[in-house]
Design a protein. Structure first.
Length: 143
């Protein structure tokens, strides 16, 4: 198994790699960004909480069955200390299907500095009020 890439520079590097992996539907690249701790958490819009690597991987695999997810994270608000970082962003989800409007998601990404470098410990995404109907987020449509 290849060694995981270290992200010692900043949590920002991990965040950039996260959204890049989503845009390429790269499940292995995406999962390499998560902390090795089994207490990691991922909550997709309108979905239940996923805890641990197996559950999180399965949720992203189901999403990637529909293809990649093109998201631009904007309006970053960040708090950092030596061992953790919390990023609040607005995700602009660009739909490949021309019949669907672009969607705005409110997301919180939590990072921790580990011996292997910066890693994701939580991704929590929810629908931005007034930006999209809830039915767009059923059954892993977006993320």
């Amino acid at each position: 198994m290849p060694a995981k890439k270290q992200f010692n520079g900043s949590a920002d590097e991990v965040e950039t790699a996260f959204y890049d992996a989503l845009g390429r539907a790269d499940i292995d690249g995406l999962m390499a960004l998560w902390a090795e701790d089994e207490e990691i958490v991922c909550i997709h819009p309108g979905a239940s909480r996923q805890i641990g690597h197996a559950a999180i991987r399965a949720s992203w695999e189901a999403i990637f069955e529909r293809g990649s997810v093109h998201i631009q994270a904007t309006q970053l608000h960040a708090t950092h200390n030596l061992l953790s970082a919390v990023h609040s962003v607005i995700e602009q989800v660009h739909n490949a299907n021309d019949n669907l409007p672009d969607v705005h998601i409110l997301a919180t990404n939590v990072y921790m500095k580990t011996p292997q470098g910066w890693r994701i410990t939580m991704h929590h995404a929810s629908v931005a009020a007034g930006k999209a109907p809830l039915d767009l987020f059923k059954a892993s449509v977006l993320h």
